[in-house]
Write a protein that binds this ligand. Structure first.
Ligand code: AMP
Length: 285
């Protein structure tokens, strides 16, 4: 495994694989890796001759300076985990390498970006699209791997991939959870031990609420989750929405769509966590 910091060096290595028609997979990450990331990497290793993992805390997707400053960074540990998982190239660029000039591009993803994360984190998805499009341009992978934990991000990336005509297969990977149900996240390591003990309630309520379909109404389902979390002052809900899994727009009744997902963003102490649960699966799944 090679650790690479410059775009030119990465392109030179990948060029050698491309002339041999070897398929390349990309896993974009912000580091502080955990088992959830590694599952994406393992799939990328299985499905491609060459696995590239980027580790870059992208400043343009943070709308909150403190969140950027406090984002965990563990490059040596990340490299070790990636080596064990079979990654071939770790790309760890500096901010200057990725943004020699400020990126002034503005993306418009329409209704997809105006809800949930998009409305609570203004500019976030523009920053995500800036960095992911740059990584796509540099690596030009055959496949790129993203987690369903960031459900809205996945929809945005699929849209960007279409809009910019990238010939890249976007591979969605299921949420990886701790034994107690908490969705794995780099941010979990910032939870105090008391907050960490309480955090699994989020997934517990989401899973229980999934048993309500189709008997209880969507409104009752939302109340069950939000009221369950409101009982403990450790939690501060930002949003919980039940949406069409493709358009991300809210649905009123279970019959309104064949693919329905509940998405939540909630502070547990000072740490903002996101999670989601599928209420109705796409017919093809
Ligand atoms: P991040 O480093 O948080 O930007 O995440 C990098 C990629 O890993 C994104 O595509 C995430 O959706 C994915 N990811 C993060 N946590 C998980 C998880 N618990 N399960 C599955 N994928 C995840």
């Amino acid at each position: 495994m090679k650790i690479i910091h410059s775009i030119a060096e990465l392109k030179a290595h990948l060029g050698e694989h491309k002339v041999q028609s070897q398929q390349i997979g990309l896993v974009p990450t912000m580091g502080a890796l955990h088992e959830g990331h590694i599952r994406l990497v393992e799939r990328c290793v299985q499905e491609n001759a060459v696995c590239v993992v980027s580790v870059f805390v992208n400043p343009t997707q943070f709308n909150d300076k403190n969140d950027l400053l406090s984002y965990p960074r563990t490059p040596e540990q990340d490299a070790e985990m990636l080596r064990k998982a079979g990654c071939k190239y770790v790309f760890m660029p500096s901010a200057e390498e990725m943004y020699p000039e400020p990126d002034t591009r503005l993306f418009d993803f329409g209704p997809l970006e105006r809800v949930m994360e998009g409305s609570f984190r203004p500019g976030h998805f523009n920053g995500v699209a800036q960095i992911v499009s740059k990584l796509f341009d540099v690596v030009m992978p055959d496949r790129a791997y993203f987690g369903e934990k960031d459900f809205q991000q996945l929809a945005i990336i699929r849209q960007m991939n279409k809009d910019l005509h990238y010939p890249i297969e976007i591979v969605a990977c299921p949420i990886v959870r701790e034994k107690d149900g908490l969705a794995m996240s780099s941010r979990n390591r910032r939870l105090s031990s008391e907050e960490r003990e309480k955090a699994p309630l989020i997934a517990e309520l989401l899973f229980k609420s999934a048993t309500f379909v189709p008997v209880k109404s969507i409104q009752d389902t939302i109340s069950f989750v939000t009221q369950g979390l409101a009982k403990d002052p450790t939690f501060r809900l930002e949003y919980f929405e039940i949406v069409d899994g493709d358009t991300l727009q809210t649905v009123e009744n279970w019959e309104d769509s064949s693919y329905i997902v509940g998405c939540i963003a909630i502070f547990c102490g000072p740490v903002r966590l996101i999670d989601n649960v599928v209420y109705k699966y796409k017919k093809s799944c």
